[in-house]
Ligand binder design. Structure first.
Ligand code: FES
Length: 125
């Protein structure tokens, strides 16, 4: 079974934002699904928008020890999901370069109705 990191290396998610969501008042023990594709409209959590992209949500259980604030990744490139690990800091140039060299960039509109998993391009965002 592929790990989150393996999947991330082979599929490029959409970057929602180059920074985290600061989430409060999560119930300890509650099961959450972190959006890995970047397409969910209920960020940072999954709304099922990944269907057909090859991504799947990441299950995470809110720790039993109470914490008032969680910094949850929105760039979808963290190495410590679902938490922000500051990977977003140097990400914009990398993402722009990926989009420039994408092998199907001229066909995005027709081949990628939701997301180009080779470069993270999305039709509207
Ligand atoms: S938002 Fe900070 S690592 Fe993704």
């Amino acid at each position: 079974m592929a790990s989150f990191t393996d999947e991330k290396d082979s599929l490029q998610p959409a970057v929602c934002m180059y920074g985290p969501a600061n989430v409060r008042n999560l119930e300890p023990g509650k099961k959450m699904k972190w959006c890995t594709c970047g397409l969910s409209k209920t960020q940072p959590w999954c709304d099922g928008a990944h269907k057909g992209t090859g991504f799947k949500s990441l299950k995470w259980i809110v720790p039993s020890k109470p914490q008032s604030l969680y910094s949850i990744c929105l760039c979808k490139h963290t190495k410590d999901p679902p938490f922000c690990d500051a990977t977003h800091t140097n990400l914009p140039d990398t993402i722009e370069q990926l989009k420039k060299v994408c092998p199907i960039k001229d066909d995005h509109q027709t081949k990628c109705p939701k997301l180009c998993t080779k470069c993270g391009w999305v039709p509207d965002f």
